[in-house]
Design a protein around this ligand. Structure first.
Ligand code: HMG
Length: 387
């Protein structure tokens, strides 16, 4: 039975910071950010966009094509949680009019969370083939103003509908994991900002990629030449470039050329959005599907990494007609219509959004009509509204 991605939706808030502006304000050579880090723009979430509103907005990108009565499972993956107890999935369930019988909850393991959700959903659908599963990764990457990780921030959400008739990507059953208890990146409860050992985190990412990619090939008998593309979790696009260079070693020349070209296609959206943590790997997949010319059958490798840390390499088979499920022009339009904020505006928005609003303060949004937003708390309860 084929199980995999049937629908994909992407959302990022309506403001961004240009990385050259940020570099100049911090006294950094802009080339360090543009080529050394590989980022051009960074999404900025104001006080009215959080993981719930972004997750709903990402799902609404395709929701009118979905039979909500068949959705049996809803998992939200995040490391930017808005409550220690109540799952963000329950707020979203309400807004999306999902049936009461849905199993809805939240999962966490840094940026790996959405892959964990995808794997749970795959197993769920094997047991319930007539149902579908909605999995959403939603995050705001915050390291802090003037911090070393500042240029690798971002905000956004990816929503995936999995089914037993996947129109986009059928997931293969094999997977290869590596996990270890390490401190490369974490966010303690008392801090709105991540703590990070940046250089160490880059080393661990590459080490876990090497281990999982090698084991996957040994398990499956595939080798690098068999992949049409490999997509990566992209905390910043240079990180994925480095992993892709490792994947290219010892491959045939045509395979090297193809994987290199397809990596370039896969990083285009992330270059303009930044790190969206849980959704990042699937944003790379979306970017690949929208920017590359792929012919089916095509085997696509996926490398998921979550600090703390776990890595997973898995793969999927691209389905004929996958492009009918995509709306590349709308994705680009969403980025193009964003408002460019100055560094001073970004700093003010960032500090405000990182703390809870005043009790009972009603927030208004400047998002486009139809989009959901966080409207503040009423008697301690979070309120969500549609524009
Ligand atoms: P940094 O110290 O500012 O930068 O931190 P650097 O010194 O490492 O330089 C970056 C690159 O720019 C280097 O290239 C320099 O050579 C180059 P590389 O050696 O890596 O190829 N460079 C220049 N290039 C052109 N012109 C110049 C120039 N100057 C230098 N003038 C760092 C960068 C990424 C460490 C920092 O921003 C950070 O800590 N970010 C957050 C952590 C992170 O993203 N880690 C990635 C792996 S961990 C992960 O992916 C998980 C994560 O998503 C969280 C989760 O799982 O939830 C983060």
């Amino acid at each position: 039975m084929n199980i995999g991605i049937d629908q994909i939706g992407f959302f990022t808030p309506n403001k961004y910071l240009d990385m050259v502006d940020l570099a100049k304000a911090r006294g950094i050579d802009p080339n360090k950010v543009l080529t050394g880090i590989g980022q051009q723009q960074m999404a900025v979430a104001d006080q009215t966009q959080d993981i719930v509103s972004m997750g709903i907005n990402a799902t609404l990108r395709y929701w009118d094509r979905v039979d909500v009565r068949r959705v049996g499972l809803l998992i939200v993956a995040t490391e930017s949680g808005i409550d220690q107890s109540k799952a963000a999935a329950l707020f979203m369930k309400q807004a999306l009019h999902l049936p009461g019988a849905v199993r809805a909850f939240e999962v966490k393991e840094a940026c790996y969370g959405l892959t964990a959700a995808v794997m749970i959903a795959r197993d769920y659908l094997a047991a319930h083939p007539n149902q579908t599963a909605l999995v959403i990764g939603s995050d705001i990457a915050r390291y802090g103003v003037s911090s070393s990780g500042e240029v690798t921030q971002g905000a956004g959400s990816i929503s995936l509908l999995l089914s037993t008739k996947p129109a986009i990507l059928a997931l293969r059953a094999e997977h290869s994991n590596w996990s270890d208890d390490i401190n490369d990146f974490w966010r303690p409860n008392e801090s709105p900002f991540a703590k990070v050992d940046g250089k160490y985190s880059k080393e661990v990412y590459l080490d876990f990629f090497t281990k999982t990619f090698k084991t996957y090939q040994a398990q499956t008998g595939f080798n690098g030449n068999d992949f049409s593309a490999i997509v990566y979790h992209l905390p910043f696009t240079k990180m994925g470039f480095k992993a892709n260079q490792l994947a290219l070693a010892n491959l045939d020349k045509p395979a090297q050329t193809m994987l290199s070209e397809h990596f370039i296609a896969s990083k285009q959206l992330a270059m303009r959005v930044g790190n969206i943590y849980t959704g990042s790997l699937y944003l790379s997949l979306l970017s690949l599907l929208e920017r590359a010319t792929l012919t089916t059958p095509a085997l696509i490798g996926l490398f998921s990494y979550g600090s703390g840390a776990i890595g997973e390499f898995f793969a999927g088979e691209l389905q004929a007609g996958y492009d009918k499920r995509l709306s590349p022009a709308d994705d680009i339009a969403m980025l193009d219509v964003r408002q460019r904020v100055s560094v001073a505006e970004y700093e003010a928005l960032f500090e405000l959004a990182a703390r809870p609003p005043k009790a009972n303060q009603v927030l208004t949004s400047d998002e486009l009509p139809g989009r959901w937003y966080f409207a503040g708390t009423k008697h301690g309860v979070r309120q969500y509204r549609q524009q």
